[in-house]
Every structure is written in structure tokens, then in C-alpha cells.
Design a protein around this ligand. Sequence first.
Ligand SMILES: [Zn+2]
Length: 59
Amino acid sequence: MFRSLICAVVGHRVNRNRVRHDGRDFIGHCKRCDTLMVREPDGWRRMGRDDSSSYDGTD
Ligand SMILES: [Zn+2]
């Protein structure tokens, strides 16, 4: 699957028209590469195991 080089440089851009709330978190998708994103107090963060360095494992 193609990943946008722009996203790698400047970060993902969430498509606000597709943001939804799953009862706990706001979930969105990058409008360029469709990466799943989750809203956090300091901004959008990519959802996925390859970003585990910033995930503390708590639920
Ligand atoms: Zn992206």
C-alpha cells in the first residue's frame, strides 16, 4: 500500500469529515494515506503497533 511521502515529512492530515466518536475516543483517517488516527489532548496520533514507543499499554 502506498504511503504518502508528504505524511512522512509533515505528518498526517486528518479528514475531519470522517471523524467519528467510538464512545471514548475520536477516531479519524488521514486524507492522504488513510492511516487510522486517534485524537489525543495534544493532537492526533497514529493508531497502530508500530508506534508502540509512545504507547504505555494502559487501557
Ligand atoms: Zn497520512
